[in-house]
Design a protein around this ligand. Structure first.
Ligand code: FEO
Length: 398
């Protein structure tokens, strides 16, 4: 049974999930994910969030072990998504006296998801403080990071901020609990960026608002509900999230293509080679039928430019490109430079569909579209490719 101390008063009782293949049944997690939960022992004992139902057969035993025969006074629910709220009913069943701390929206959702009665609820307001003995808990609402009810909880004495989804990332805690226990560049930081692009990026504005709201909160440790506890360098994760929320990007281009017989793939490589010739060092090319959108979105968020290409498919774009476009529309990236290419037998339907998508998604499309009927030979595309590359790299550097 894994229980780790993050301070004298606070224990980590989370769990590693290496069994789930797709987070939210959508995003691949080859390095797994952790559901973090914590117990603060004070005059009043507090459980901060729970874990996904079924992910940890020992969860209740862990609570019992940490409490050592004492009662559980409070269960703080920072976020109601079931990867954190899944064990609430089981906790209440075992500790019927527990008061569940949340806000009005939390309890609306708790009723809907679990049918839990109002008797156990203790609703707090934004910035309210609740004394628990040596320390006090302060609750700060950060709506839409990433549901409407989301809030963070500060242990005022130790300045530990429990943030649930905010400042989290994919990846299990294979060794230690803290950022200082890992070479963060290896897995956690890339996985954190991918998590942000997949789950959080749609709510960039709300993330910026939350970071601004928390700016004056003294924080020694950030304890999210996915990924490492930031003890050595909590400012690092705040600044990464702030940069991502502000749509800061690196000089580079992501080329994504859907191709049935190799023609659009060849055109993608011609565009990549041209970008390199023009001095773009970061060029990442993806076949959308092979690479999950999760990884592509992460790179689209990372780099300033992206270029989408498709073969015509019936009278539209290829279905796998349509899937990516839908995910891009949801993520709604800002400040990007975007280009389009395509191949078709006769009607250019794929590239036309991409242009319509770019317009609807309010993307800044660089002209011209690079297009070929049939095989994309150098003669057919040279002129448009040269002009496109010149315009695109210029826009990249603006
Ligand atoms: Fe990790 Fe929005 O739940």
């Amino acid at each position: 049974m894994r229980i780790s101390k993050i301070s004298d008063r606070i224990s980590y009782i989370g769990v590693n999930d290496r069994r789930t293949a797709l987070f939210e049944n959508n995003w691949p997690i080859p390095y797994g994910v952790s559901y973090n939960s914590y117990i603060i022992k004070d005059k009043k004992n507090v459980l901060i969030d729970s874990v996904e139902f079924g992910s940890d057969g020992e969860f209740l035993k862990k609570i019992e072990t940490v409490l050592g025969g004492e009662k559980l006074d409070y269960l703080v629910v920072n976020h109601m998504e079931p990867d954190h709220s899944g064990m609430i009913s089981s906790v209440i069943a075992k500790y019927p006296e527990v008061k569940v701390i949340g806000n009005a929206k939390t309890f609306e959702l708790m009723e809907k998801y679990y049918g839990i009665s109002q008797e156990s609820f203790m609703a707090v307001t934004d910035n309210q403080e609740v004394e628990i003995g040596e320390s006090t808990l302060k609750f700060v609402f950060i709506p839409w990071v990433h549901w409407p009810e989301t809030m963070v909880t500060l242990d005022v004495k130790e300045q530990v901020l429990f943030t649930c989804d905010a400042f989290g990332g994919y990846g299990t805690l294979d060794g230690g609990i803290f950022d200082s226990d890992y070479n963060m560049e290896e897995i956690f930081l890339p996985e954190m960026r991918r998590y942000y692009s997949n789950i959080v990026a749609k709510y960039n504005q709300m993330v910026t608002r939350a970071i601004t709201k928390l700016a004056d909160t003294p924080v020694k440790m950030i304890a999210p509900s996915h990924g490492v506890v930031w003890k050595e360098n909590p400012q690092k994760v705040i600044s990464l999230y702030a940069d991502w929320a502000a749509s800061k990007s690196e000089r580079g281009v992501v080329i994504c293509y859907a191709s049935m017989y190799g023609n659009t793939a060849r055109l993608a490589d011609s565009i990549g080679a041209k970008m390199a010739e023009m001095g773009v060092k970061n060029v990442r090319t993806y076949d959308v039928s092979r690479s999950n959108a999760s990884y592509i979105l992460s790179d689209i968020m990372r780099y300033k430019g992206f270029i989408l290409g498709t073969c015509a498919y019936n009278t539209f774009m290829h279905p796998m490109m349509e899937h990516l476009c839908n995910e891009i529309k949801i993520m709604a990236p800002k400040g990007k430079v975007m280009g389009i290419f395509g191949t078709s037998g006769w009607n250019g339907a794929g590239a036309k569909a991409l242009a319509k998508f770019a317009e609807e998604a309010k993307l800044n499309q660089v002209s011209p579209t690079v297009e070929a009927f049939g095989a994309p030979t150098a003669e057919k595309v040279e002129e448009s490719l040269n002009l496109f590359a010149e315009n695109f790299v210029k826009a990249l550097d603006e």
